[in-house]
Write a protein that binds this ligand. Structure first.
Ligand code: CA
Length: 232
């Protein structure tokens, strides 16, 4: 099982720029979606749940600032904003529009790709740093180190298995719908892919014990807490 593809939404109304940016990012292993105006960008961000948004300021419909506000209100996502001039960047930074980085046109595609990678690294590091270890009975999940121990022994999980376990362990005993797990871990909105969730749950059970995850038929999964390892 391979690591989930990172998804980038490119919002740019000039087709040549949009296509060349998309081609470069795809070549670097990203899944890329393109939106060409403000309303389209907001809709696409909701539908595809990108890991990074590359956002032009001047757009038909409403501008990049408004797009940035609307998508950040829905879900925090790193934004790399494309500006027409350096002084425009200064103005936007001053306004605090919520973009994480800025790039002035004309830019090199190589530079843009490097910025996207850097943004992802920054966000993922921050996410890992803020995650405290979770201890549930004999199970210990350490998100910062991406390590799992069961009764003291280290268990090796794939990145996706690990993310799934963290989601379940964050709310032990609570039933988590398969559709939500799919959307949060794989970034897919549609229910058709829920079998992906099932196969990863199967893998976790194989590695961590069949009783660890309970199936709630027709709904989803819940992590069962085994308290035998808890000492007072
Ligand atoms: Ca434009």
């Amino acid at each position: 099982m391979r690591e989930r593809e990172r998804r980038v939404l490119v919002v740019e109304d000039e087709p040549t720029i949009a296509e060349s940016v998309a081609a470069r990012l795809r070549a670097e292993g990203f899944a890329v979606d393109i939106a060409r105006d403000g309303p389209g960008a907001v809709a696409a961000a909701g539908a595809t749940r990108p890991d990074v948004v590359v956002l032009d300021v001047m757009l038909p419909g409403f501008d990049g600032l408004e797009v940035c506000r609307r998508i950040q209100a829905e879900r925090p996502v790193p934004v790399l904003m494309l500006t027409a001039r350096d002084d425009e960047t200064d103005v936007l930074v001053g306004l605090g529009v919520g973009a994480d980085d800025y790039l002035t046109k004309p830019f090199s595609i190589r530079e843009l790709a490097a910025r996207v990678h850097a943004l992802l690294r920054r966000v993922e590091r921050a996410r890992a740093d803020s995650a405290a270890p979770i201890v549930l009975g004999e199970l210990e999940v350490n998100p910062a180190e991406r390590r799992v121990r069961l009764a003291g022994a280290e268990v090796h999980l794939t990145p996706t298995e690990f993310d799934l376990l963290v989601h379940l362990a964050n709310r032990p005993r609570a039933v988590q719908p398969r559709e939500r797990l799919l959307a949060e871990i794989w970034g897919w909105g549609e229910a058709a892919g829920t079998r992906t969730v099932d196969s990863h749950v199967k893998a976790l059970r194989r590695k961590l014990g069949a009783d660890l995850i309970r199936t709630v038929h027709g709904v989803g999964y819940a992590l069962e807490v085994n308290d035998t390892g808890v000492t007072s």
